[in-house]
Design a protein around this ligand. Sequence first.
Ligand SMILES: *Cc1c(COP(=O)(O)O)cnc(C)c1O
Length: 229
Amino acid sequence: MRITTNIQELQQELRPIGVELVAVSKTKSIEEIQEAYDAGQRIFGENHVQELITKQESLPQDIAWHMIGHLQTNKVKYIAPFITLIHGVDSFKLLQEINKHAQKNNRIIDCLLQMFIAEETTKFGLDHVEVIELLENPLLNTLKNIRIRGLMGIATHTDNEKEVKEEFYELKTLFDGIKLNYFRKETTFDILSMGMSADYKIAIGQGSTMVRLGSTIFGQRVIKHYKAQ
Ligand SMILES: *Cc1c(COP(=O)(O)O)cnc(C)c1O
């Protein structure tokens, strides 16, 4: 009941302003995800490949699964048949690998470039120079089976709202600049994935089009890692 209410409240908050909700279901059970699905939620995000494929097999097939975590090149093949959006692309090599497996599955896979915007050194992502290098790679337009849909970023985990706001502002500014310079003619560069439970309202204020919420929907995560039976 709690999950149902949370989903309904969030949809009421986000739909009118056109912000897409990714329900982050990592570590959560099939039953909990099914409850969110029954409440009308169709987009779910996971950050471990094994957990993602186990859940994809046992839940309704019209779920749009998003890979929100760091993706290793050798694991792309397992999710390529069904994945809807890959948020964490942080190298050209990974993009090439996604393209290869998308081609094998006769699909075009949507991707977001993950930008490093936080203070912490542990978070993955591209910096300003690396993202330009990737976008100017002469081989990029040979990758016909991927589509770069936008950017994703994770802000610093801090109570300092001003700092979080500045990081999201920086990401939005970068998004606008890249759109203008590299995707001016495409209408499909349109996703800015920023905002988690602690900071999604700040992210929306700075122009987020997609928020990734776990604990706001499902409650705090108690177990760190989901174990497949
Ligand atoms: C876990 C996770 C989230 C959701 O975190 P909450 O704080 O529970 O909302 C969002 N994005 C990424 C990349 C995550 O790994």
